[in-house]
Design a protein around this ligand. Structure first.
Ligand SMILES: [Zn+2]
Length: 161
């Protein structure tokens, strides 16, 4: 099941109605991500990435850091964005890679900057596990209330909030 375009306009309404419950939204969108049609090959992924980069207007280099071993699923993460020496990075498990995920992470790059140095999956997993224990309430709220919601709305509808 994938969400028909005609239903996507309700995403904004859903966001407003459920605004006091960002975790609830996050659950819904993780279902959306699960239902999104998956990309089958790296070539296809770079094709989608280039298409979506020009749609959102990102000219910097963006590398895909993909693994076949579900290393992100094991720590409950869909995907991540960050930087390497040449530009930006989008990381994901191959089993979870979709246009929705690429659009979501591109929006983080576009809007939130993704300043952390995360050149590989291993480096991300290591840092993330450490960061979770020290993340404070304010940055958690900002992440769940604003950054995640905006990225999901863009990924689904193309709306830049
Ligand atoms: Zn996100």
């Amino acid at each position: 099941m994938w969400i028909p375009k005609s239903l996507r306009k309700y995403a904004l309404g859903l966001l407003i109605v459920s605004a006091p419950y960002p975790l609830y939204n996050t659950v819904i969108f993780s279902e959306v991500q699960r239902a999104a049609p998956k990309i089958q090959t790296i070539e296809e992924a770079y094709g989608v990435l280039n298409e979506e980069k020009s749609k959102i207007g990102i000219e910097d280099k963006v590398a895909l850091v993909i693994n076949d071993e579900d290393k992100l699923k094991k720590i409950n993460i869909g995907g991540f964005c960050g930087r390497n020496d040449e530009g930006y990075v989008i990381g994901a498990d191959m089993s979870n890679l979709s246009r929705f995920l690429i659009r979501h992470e591109l929006y983080h790059i576009f809007r939130d900057g993704c300043p952390k140095f995360r050149p590989t999956i291993e480096r991300f997993v290591e840092d993330y596990t450490r960061e979770v224990s020290i993340r404070n309430l304010a940055s958690n709220l900002k992440f769940y209330y604003f950054q995640e919601q905006r990225a999901n709305i863009y990924a689904l509808t193309g709306l830049k909030l």
